[in-house]
Design a protein around this ligand. Sequence first.
Ligand SMILES: [Zn+2]
Length: 491
Amino acid sequence: MKAYGSLVLFLGFLVLVKVQAGVLDNRIDQFELDESAGEESCNLPDDLRQEIKGYQSIVNKIIGRIVDGEFAGQTWNSLAELVDTFGARLSGSEQLEKAIDYVVDQMQHDQLENVHTENATVPHWVRGYESAQLVAPFKKNLALLGLGTSVGTPRGGIIADVIAVESFKEFEALTVEQVKGKIVVFVPQWESYGKTVVYRSKGASVASKKGAVATLIRSVTPFSIGSPHTGGQDYDEGVKKIPSACITVEDAEMILRKYRRGDRLTIHLEMEDRNLEPFVSRNTIGELVGTTYTNSSVVVVSGHLDSWDVGVGAMDDGGGALISWKALTFLKAMGLRAKRTIRAILWTGEEEGLWGGRAYKEEHKENEKKEFNFFFESDIGTFEPRGLDFTGNKDAECIFREIVKLMSPINATDFETPSDGGPDISHWTTRGFPGASLMNKNEKYFWFHHSAGDSMAVEDPKTLDKCAALWAAAAYVVADLSISMPKDVVD
Ligand SMILES: [Zn+2]
């Protein structure tokens, strides 16, 4: 996940325009709404509640077949085959495009319907040779990873003295004279990804404004065994573009300690990273066409196929992409076809700024209220599933609360709200479309995130089965209900 700040807050400012698209039952209007309260404020019509409860046996069947039946282990095996065949899948890379072709073939092999790709223009940044060495007061190689969109250094690199600070606030107190010509090392303490990532995304711009020649940033992770973590960054408009990379927690903290003791530190930094022309990549799509609605009221299940170029992106977001694809494969093999179409979308270009989702939104904008019913996204790990994180209006929330209760066979009945849905589906959920993100026991997610440690070793076959089962069952119920999910969409 790229995870921007709290898109959720945006919802609070929306002037809501009610558009209940599709076949919406009048029963919904009977709800007593209390936006501040939780489940106790739900007053679902009894027949709707009973209808949802009626899906328990089919949910049990889906879970049984995927977790303990003939589909057990298939999701992990397919993910392993994907990442072992193509490796990392950076935007603009041949590896990503080959992986897309492969998934198209495999979706067809799985007999998904309307399998195709849709173009999306993505940034094309490439990592070159990278090296950083502390040259004084003693020599030490510093493991580093340049950040997406970072420029490189001049040939031969930069040798400069260091300024180390813990926060932007501390940096503010420094003058241009103090910063000019220096390499600024930001060493923020980990608070949460959402809070701490701003140093990675904005550190270079902040430092450049005072004349810094490069920035090195403490990797955005709560835990480290000496590995740097990459990720995206942006240059502010008009700012001089300076090289920016993440270094390990251990090195960053050592540099800060020494700097604070008054040591003069000098670093030799060399990076050949560069930005090429934008590249036309593709979102990958397969469907299980609905019995009643074919191209309206679609239920989307999604994850992103692209990854960073270190590790193999098994966790971020191979797992999310695979459960989205395999949920349809398993439903199809079971002969289960819902009233509405379930559409798996494997986004491209997520890591460098949600480009796949953005292109898809633009391309499908005209009839979007009619076309889309609900959006699922898994991009925060596929560890042991806990439940679903919901965003949408109160009517949809009350329905969704009942659906999540059906997931008791895998103990995945937690329900939280609101979330921003997920990075790519935020293109819709922040505007009032209902959506959900896979909640899982992902306490260790950021240990591996965007690092060489993002590999198959992080993914567990049984856990992936449970995630796929949850995905398939929840998507099926939403897609098969007698009513569409209510939504309040802002134009
Ligand atoms: Zn991701």
